[in-house]
Design a protein around this ligand. Structure first.
Ligand SMILES: [Zn+2]
Length: 210
């Protein structure tokens, strides 16, 4: 498989990239025990973003796992998890920010996810007024009885990956299922046969003709 974008993100920093319909995104915890806050926006409308709160309702779960379709704040499919080596991620807690480091950890001025995300958003010209909640890859927040949330170390070990997220195949009228059933072998070859390939039919927006 060839990589269009291949980035190593140093600890404490962030990175951003564009992902086109049908492409795979793979996130690897290179050193283990690291978590990464993940946000995504519609390239054509930054007011539509990957929304953990809508994912939780859509999935009827507070966790995400392999095979899940992740949706936006407009309840449309945005990403699919097609492989997950770790199996534990968080869709509940907010990004770390200056206050969390200063007040809770006693480390004022520490680099943090919220400021990293704002930096990336500004660099890319994504015009938003408020940062969406992140999906926290590898973050481990188990339910620990009576609805309480634990906050503990990731289970990720060096090199484990949250497989790939298979993007929405296209606009209304394009069939993601047909794309997979018709091009399954080609897709399999592109990904060295290492991935489950998932497709779906995006719903047409209001007013669109089928
Ligand atoms: Zn953080």
């Amino acid at each position: 498989m060839t990589w269009r974008v291949d980035r190593v993100v140093p600890g404490g920093f962030g990175a951003s990239w564009d992902a086109r319909a049908g492409e795979f995104v793979t996130v690897v915890d290179l050193e283990g025990l690291q978590a990464g806050d993940f946000i995504a926006f519609d390239a054509t409308d930054p007011q539509e973003w990957l929304s953990p709160i809508h994912c939780r309702e859509s999935l009827r779960s507070i966790f995400v796992r392999s095979g899940d379709v992740l949706v936006t704040n407009r309840r449309r499919p945005a990403l699919v998890i097609v492989r997950d080596d770790v199996g534990v991620h968080d869709a509940t807690i907010p990004a770390c920010d200056p206050t969390r480091y200063a007040v809770e950890f006693g480390v004022p001025g520490h680099r943090n996810c919220l400021e990293n995300m704002w930096q990336s958003v500004r660099e890319r010209g994504v015009a938003i007024e408020r940062m969406p909640e992140p999906l926290n890859l590898f973050q481990n927040t188990p339910v620990v009885g009576e609805g309480r949330i634990g906050l503990t170390d990731p289970l990720s070990r060096p090199g484990q990956r949250i497989g790939s997220l298979f993007l929405n195949p296209g606009g209304p009228g394009d069939s993601g299922v047909a794309a997979v059933t018709g091009r399954g072998e080609a897709l399999d070859a592109m990904t060295d046969g290492r991935f489950d390939i998932v497709g779906w039919n995006p719903a047409a927006p209001v007013g669109a003709r089928r």
